[in-house]
Design a binder for this molecule. Structure first.
Ligand code: SAH
Length: 338
């Protein structure tokens, strides 16, 4: 157990975390988990399939296997493990795109500016790239594709928990603002056969979503419309509920207030907003939200406490009604007109 190691050994492992994530990136980039999906292979076979240097690949796999990612059987033959399977491209909840995204120039260069950001309060993403993350993605279609896939992967682990945690009865139309490729909206429409949905995002994302399967499913497509635009300008009108999952954490308080105020202006009389994000808990317990908050610091956003959400809501003319926990690390923060 890590806790039983002496502090220097624990710290060494924390410091070397970067080496491990780099190994995982190499495995993802070379699609090693997919190359092993029909059974174990020797390093030479794998190296031929991935077009790489066999002796170096062996050392990478041996190191990964020491963390439970792949396992060496005998004679330099490797097989999948449950951890390795998560790097396959087509499995539900695949983390393949996430592994690529975190090591993409998009993420890597801004993280290298974290120290500068802490010293100066500047946004590391801007220091590294000179534009905001979503402007960068608009200009880099390859990264946008990986980003979209990574969001969908993470979402597919969360969607069932979110759809189960909220009662949509009594709601006619739900708008998913910044809904990405629509996997959450698709899951909610599936679970609520009378509900109508509007998927709203930037034009480039909506054009990708149109090719994706989530909102084009039989039984859903007739109840779901896709609209593109800019949520700082306006969001689609006359919804009963405005969901925003992993959206507000991308932005500072001022920008979030604008998005929320636009939802408040667009929604029906008894409308509500459903902000789905990490809600940072007090205390020192492990909390993935606190680490994600640093990714958000890097891009200029933040994860928030319940109190911080309540303040944001009140600035936008809303009142926080409740925070509903889900069986995933995100909570649903509900608000109505104040
Ligand atoms: N809700 C999805 C996506 C979260 S990522 C999920 O949980 O998987 C944030 C989303 O906000 C992206 O899809 C991005 O394209 C969208 N977005 C960013 N700026 C926007 C803007 N100005 N108007 C509309 N959508 C925007």
């Amino acid at each position: 157990m890590a806790k039983e190691l002496p502090p220097p050994a624990v710290m060494f492992n924390l410091i070397a975390g970067r080496w491990v994530s780099q190994l995982v990136f190499v495995a993802a980039k070379l699609e090693l988990a997919d190359h092993l999906k029909h059974g174990s292979r020797t390093v030479e076979e794998l190296a031929t399939a991935a077009e790489v240097h066999a002796p170096a690949l062996y050392r990478v796999l041996r190191a990964l296997a020491s963390f439970g990612v792949f396992a060496e059987t005998k004679d330099k033959r490797f097989k999948l493990t449950p951890l390795a399977v998560t790097l396959q491209k087509a499995v539900p909840g695949s983390l393949h795109a996430v592994a690529l995204l975190f090591e993409d120039k998009f993420s890597r260069d801004p993280w290298a500016e974290l120290l500068h950001g802490v010293k100066t309060g500047e946004i590391p993403f801007l220091t590294a790239h000179g534009v905001s993350p979503f402007e960068y993605l608009e200009k880099h279609p390859e990264t946008l594709k990986i980003f979209g896939e990574a969001m969908t992967s993470v979402s597919s682990m969360e969607n069932p928990a979110i759809a189960a945690a909220y009662q949509f009865s009594g709601i006619r139309t739900v708008v998913d603002a910044g809904g990405g490729h629509g996997s959450l909206l698709g899951a909610i429409l599936k679970a609520n056969p009378k509900l109508k949905g509007v998927l709203f995002d930037q034009p480039s994302v909506i054009s990708r979503a149109k090719q994706d399967r989530y909102v084009t499913h039989k039984g859903i497509s007739g109840r779901c419309t896709l609209e593109s635009g800019d949520f700082f300008e306006a969001v689609p009108k006359n919804g009963d509920a405005y969901m925003m999952k992993r959206v507000l954490h991308d932005w500072n308080d001022e920008r979030c207030t604008k998005i929320l105020a636009n939802c408040c202006a667009a929604m029906r009389e008894n409308g509500r907003v459903l902000v789905i994000d990490s809600v940072v808990a007090p205390g020192n317990d492990p909390d993935r939200g606190k680490l994600l908050d640093i990714q958000m610091l890097v891009i200029g956003g933040r994860e928030r406490t319940k109190r911080e959400f309540a303040t944001l809501f009140s600035k936008a003319g809303l009142k926080l009604t409740r925070v509903i926990p889900t069986k995933c690390p995100l909570s649903i923060v509900e608000g109505v007109r104040a």
